[in-house]
Design a protein around this ligand. Structure first.
Ligand code: 6PG
Length: 225
């Protein structure tokens, strides 16, 4: 159910696999996480791996977004745009609407109109790229928050009291419906939570099946490797 790939440079290893998926269909779709870890992955896709990917057949989506303006340094879309979208020709981009009270409904409509659906009517991504916080969150599915229990809506605005903010996030049903769920996790602060996630703990531990691309610093927990 969970596969762990420990690699000196997991972003590089993952870039090869992502490029294969994005070159394998017409069209293809990928939902991208934010945070700091995937920045290098996105840059690699837009530079070293750029010519392996038929960008005009690729649709990019977001896994989650912070409650900020699009140009805010904390905006996940800003990072994705700067590292990837602005560097590749002809890609179709579907950013989450920023600071919009109807963001969840609007983005769910986007998913429903842009993606194929499974037998249960849920939109299916070819790939969802996920990260993991030191508190075990993934996407913006934070421990103890309402979004963890959502089974009907595909996108929600999630109140996150521990950060005193709200986030817009994909929910488990649409993450589970994807054809692939790949995590990129790096750094020593992720080792202990990752070991627990691999035992099924925390919001990230509920995402199965999944593959984890991790660096040695994060991958030294008892269950990894
Ligand atoms: C975000 C995310 C989030 C991220 C983790 C890990 O908005 O922050 O999309 O789920 O993947 O927080 O973030 P880091 O890579 O910065 O540790």
């Amino acid at each position: 159910m969970r596969t762990v790939h420990v690699h000196e440079d997991p972003a590089q290893e993952l870039a090869v696999r992502v490029a294969e998926v994005l070159a394998s269909g017409n069209p293809t779709s990928v939902a991208l996480s934010g945070g700091s870890t995937p920045r290098r992955l996105y840059r690699l896709l837009a530079t070293e791996y750029r010519d392996r990917i038929p960008w005009d057949r690729v649709s990019l989506f977001q896994v989650d977004e912070r409650w900020v303006e699009p140009d805010d340094p904390d905006s996940n879309w800003r990072m994705i745009r700067e590292e990837l979208v602005d560097r590749v020709p002809g890609v179709t981009a579907h950013p989450v609407p920023h600071r919009d009270p109807r963001a969840a409904e609007r983005y769910e409509e986007t998913l429903r109109s842009a993606l194929p659906r499974n037998d249960a009517g849920i939109p299916v991504f070819d790939l969802v790229l996920l990260g993991m916080g030191a508190d075990g969150h993934t996407a913006s599915l934070f421990p103890g928050t309402a979004a963890l229990e959502e089974r009907d809506r595909l996108v929600v605005v999630n109140e996150v009291p521990q950060l005193d903010t709200r986030r817009i996030t994909l929910t488990y049903p649409v993450i589970e419906a994807a054809r692939r769920r790949w995590f990129l996790v790096a750094g020593p602060d992720k080792a202990e939570p990752l070991a627990r996630v691999l035992e099924g703990e925390f919001p990230a531990g509920r995402v199965v099946p999944a593959e984890f691309y991790v660096d040695p610093a994060a991958g030294t927990g008892p269950s990894a490797g």
